[in-house]
Design a protein around this ligand. Structure first.
Ligand SMILES: Cc1ncc(COP(=O)(O)O)c(C=O)c1O
Length: 360
């Protein structure tokens, strides 16, 4: 069966070789006579799967022992609550850079636990840019500074890692995690839902600096209490075993493909090809400021709604699915995460050129 190219923003396309391995091992995991889904999370086989997943993730990120990795549940939205509950300590204020929908979600959740200070906002551009750090104004003594590294809906991505000297930097990296090299030691905490660049929905990755583990509020639920989860090797409760298994296969695939440096190069090339087409004329119009263009979610408008609908429909007939933009911003969104091959982007470009010729 020929699979179409799937541009879904998440859950998103997975590497075909990983899906095939899952298929092969689905009924009988490596001769054990049962599926990973049917195993105890305390079994020797699953503990090995978990250890390999963590080992490969650490290797990809070149992670030092100063950082703890946790595979949790509750999605990135859960972390919008868990992060303040774990990192507020005896401070009262959290600083945010507001770049769009997902920043807004984090801000609203944090307001339940702390005062929120907007160090910067992208409102002036309609949330189509990342405010340069020279414009940011931090509060006096924040518990941490929170950014959303890639706004998935509008396609706005940081092209720089903010420099914050003594304040821990926290990033929601749900939609660009593992898509490029990351200087983890510049961050206090990184979190990401798996369902875009990592694996199936259900597992949320948290990478946290060990020296931030003693700041949790007493009301923090145990399952989201980072120090408790660390103590229990992130198995305080039953972890999302199947999602961790598939994510582990993706980590191994990433290592075989050359790691994050190779991914970064490939992702940049895919995005450059698409943006070059947007810049060639005015039939396809990207709204994001050039410096803040996402390499993961490429968004653009067509001249009118009728053409937008027709584009989505005809793309589907041509084996290019899930290109409709989010209802908040409309238009088209092509999500081109790690597992989208360059051939998928080239097929989309060929379709876009033909569509413009016919309708432009
Ligand atoms: C950047 C970002 N943050 C947070 C979320 C919410 O993630 P979850 O559904 O895992 O809670 C999403 C989902 O698309 C996202 O793209």
């Amino acid at each position: 069966m020929a699979r179409p190219f799937n541009f879904n923003p998440g859950p998103a396309t997975l590497p075909e070789s990983v899906l095939k391995q899952v298929q092969q091992e689905l009924l009988d995991y490596q001769g054990r006579g049962l599926s990973v889904m049917e195993m105890s999370h305390r079994s020797e086989a699953f503990l090995e799967i978990a250890a390999n997943a963590e080992r490969d993730l650490r290797a990809l990120l070149n992670l030092s022992s100063d950082y703890t990795v946790l595979f949790l549940q509750g999605g990135a939205k859960g972390q919008n609550a868990a992060v303040p509950l774990n990192l507020l300590g005896n401070r009262t204020t959290i600083d945010f850079v507001h770049t769009g929908h997902w920043s807004k979600n984090s801000i609203e959740e944090a307001k339940k636990y702390a005062q929120v200070h907007l160090a910067a906002s992208a409102e002036s551009s309609g949330f189509y840019h990342v405010p340069p750090q020279s414009e940011w104004q931090m509060s006096d003594n924040p518990a941490y500074l929170h950014i959303c590294a890639n706004e998935t809906i509008t396609g706005v991505e940081y092209s720089f890692t903010p420099k914050v000297s003594s304040v821990p930097l926290v990033a929601d990296m749900s939609s660009n995690f593992l898509s490029r090299e990351i200087e983890v030691n510049r961050f206090g905490l990184i979190y990401a839902g798996a369902q875009k660049n990592v694996g199936p929905a259900g597992v949320t990755i948290v990478i946290v600096k060990n020296d931030l583990l003693d700041r949790a509020l007493p009301i923090c639920p145990s399952i989201w209490h980072y120090a408790t989860q660390k103590k229990h090797e992130w198995m305080l409760n039953t972890p999302p075993t199947f999602a961790i298994y598939v994510s582990g296969l993706v980590f191994a695939w990433l290592r075989r493909e050359g790691g994050l440096a190779a991914m970064e190069k490939r992702n940049q090339e895919k995005a450059d090809r698409l943006y070059a087409l947007l810049d060639r004329g005015d039939f396809y119009r990207g709204k994001v400021h050039k410096k803040s263009r996402s390499r993961m979610n490429v968004t653009f408008d067509l001249p009118n709604e009728t053409l937008t609908g027709l584009f989505v429909e005809e793309a589907k007939e041509n084996g290019l699915i899930n290109l409709k933009g989010h209802k908040i911003s409309g238009g088209i969104r092509a999500s081109i995460y790690n597992a989208m091959p360059i051939e998928g982007v080239d097929a989309l470009i060929a379709f876009m050129e033909a569509f413009e010729k016919k309708n432009g």
